[in-house]
Ligand binder design. Structure first.
Ligand code: ZN
Length: 197
């Protein structure tokens, strides 16, 4: 599990510039994400992660858990985080199963403060962060800046109202993970098929 991460650090000491968006790939991979939970501004919340993935050439479809396709990612937005995790952990992913993640609404709301639009943006970015862990699978890692940073600063959270990007390394790992998922969907890898013939 990738749980002991995604803490929020209230300190505006990180001013590094973020990389620009990567060029879109010619073939647009798509990803279905099933989100459950009591989210009042659902469309606004998912617009954030949808834009993050769109900027790197991945089209996303968002829906509820009912009838969720077998190859989709599932994100459960829970009202409260589990007591056995530190209070500042905002979400948790299970990269080895590549499918399930959780986000803790009470902690996101507390971290974002009073501003409603900042809460919406932060929730979207936590969802995106956990989805990236799932897409990257066993190789998943945190980045020194941007969406996949282990600890966001208050400056990072402010940037979320406009945009916070993935790093080039994140994007490479995501694309590799997507290729592996597509190969798994298609059945046995080509080399294994050839060996059977
Ligand atoms: Zn993380």
């Amino acid at each position: 599990m990738k749980c002991g991460t995604l803490l929020l650090v209230i300190a505006g000491i990180f001013g590094a510039s973020l990389p620009g968006a990567a060029a879109s790939q010619p073939e647009t991979p798509s990803l279905t994400v099933c989100v459950s939970g009591d989210i009042s501004d659902y469309n606004l919340v998912v617009a954030g992660p949808a834009a993050i993935f769109r900027r790197i050439g991945i089209r996303t479809k968002w829906r509820g858990l009912n009838g969720c396709p077998a190859d989709a990612i599932r994100v459960r937005v829970l009202k409260t985080g589990p007591a056995n995790l530190p209070a500042r952990v905002l979400g948790c992913a299970h990269p080895l199963d590549g499918r399930d993640a959780e986000v803790y609404l009470d902690r996101v709301n507390a971290a974002a403060g009073a501003a409603g639009d900042q809460r919406t943006a932060l929730l979207g970015y936590v969802i995106a962060h956990e989805i990236v862990h799932l897409l990257e699978g066993g190789e998943t890692q945190h980045a020194g800046e941007g969406v996949m940073r282990a600890r966001w600063s208050s400056s990072d959270v402010e940037k979320m109202l406009w945009r916070l990007d993935l790093t080039d390394d994140d994007i490479e790992l995501i694309r590799r993970g997507l290729r592996e998922r597509q190969a798994q969907r298609a059945g046995a890898p080509a080399a294994a098929t050839a060996a059977l013939q």
